[in-house]
Design a protein around this ligand. Structure first.
Ligand code: DGY
Length: 322
């Protein structure tokens, strides 16, 4: 059996790289140096498989310039918005992702952002580290409770459901809006109420957390008009993709206090973060950490390996999205 020539754009966890090298003819990136587009194109000419991640746009021009040998783009990540799926389909190149394995860790980060934003944990830690803490004070650094509050989840897939489970444990009331209503037993288990009218949910929520995949259909799903429905008592949490929110409109609302605060793990132009966000105290900012644990990143890598192995052995690709 011919070993697949695999071009890996970023450094991956050690165990994953070892498995890749054992199974495939793998070109790794041990220094994790950003691969200039020209170098990527050059290397692609002789590759069967490309392993990109969210940080590597795989657009039509890149696929066009790849040699005829490129058969699979095995994305290291569940979101495939970095890949032009139509262009891949047109050229007969399969695309796979890594679903299921980053659910719990990403939900943890959404919950962490809710707690950090509402309880002002980032601001508190900054105060302490700056040596500005004057000691306990009855009215110092007051935040907002989560217990008893309404959480509106946009997108009730795996991660949305995992967040709902966590939020129920905190005594929050769960509402969700999603393209598809989940099964009645899931709703019952999560004590989650389906709200077909997203605007109504946004008006009433104390926390809004985004868990929809990014696509043309969800670009600026929270646009200026919808953001205006989220009240001054509410926090917006985004661990999905930056461009699901109109970042400009969000910044304006944060600056004027029209929204209580935000917890963001993702941004429109990563890794660039708008300097106005950096200056705001009512927003918590993380560097796209949703899946960033040794366990999850390893599991994601092993999913990538499984998909390439299936191609090598002529089997159906387990996580094919295009
Ligand atoms: C994902 O898997 O989509 C994460 O956001 C990292 O890319």
């Amino acid at each position: 059996m011919r070993r697949m020539k695999v071009l890996v754009a970023r450094r991956l966890p050690d165990g994953v790289e070892a498995r890749m090298s054992a199974l495939f003819d793998a070109a790794l990136n041990p220094g994790d140096a950003p691969m200039p587009r020209t170098a990527l194109i050059e290397a692609l000419a002789d590759s069967d498989v490309l392993v990109p991640s969210v940080a590597n746009p795989v657009d039509a021009a890149l696929l066009e310039s790849a040699g005829p040998g490129l058969k699979l783009v095995a994305n290291f990540g569940v979101g495939v918005d970095n890949i032009d799926l139509d262009a891949a389909r047109t050229r007969g190149i399969a695309v796979t992702n890594t679903p299921g394995v980053l659910t719990e860790d990403t939900a943890d980060i959404a919950l962490a952002l809710m707690l950090m934003a509402a309880r002002r944990l980032g601001a508190g830690e900054r105060t302490l580290r700056a040596g500005a803490w004057r000691g306990w004070g009855p009215t110092d650094q007051l935040g907002t409770s989560l217990t008893g509050k309404r959480l509106g989840i946009v997108g009730m897939g795996r991660i949305g459901q995992a967040l709902a489970l966590r939020a129920r444990a905190l005594g929050m009331h769960i509402e969700y809006h999603s393209r598809h209503r989940v099964e009645a037993d899931v709703e019952a288990r999560l004590e989650a109420r389906f709200e077909p009218d997203m605007d109504a949910m946004l008006r009433q929520a104390n926390f809004v957390s985004l868990h929809a995949p990014y696509s043309a259909a969800t670009h600026h799903l929270l646009d200026r008009r919808r953001l205006a429905l989220v009240g001054p008592h509410a926090f917006l949490i985004n661990t999905a993709r930056g461009a699901i929110v109109d970042e400009e409109a969000l910044i304006e609302r944060l600056e004027t206090g029209a929204i209580a605060g935000a917890g963001l793990d993702v941004y429109t132009n990563e890794p660039h973060v708008d300097p106005r966000l950096l200056a705001l105290e009512n927003v918590v900012l993380l560097p796209h950490l949703g899946s960033a644990t040794v366990e999850t990143r390893t599991a994601m890598g092993m999913k990538v390996v499984e998909n390439i192995l299936a191609l090598q052995e002529g089997r159906e690709l387990p996580d094919r999205v295009a």
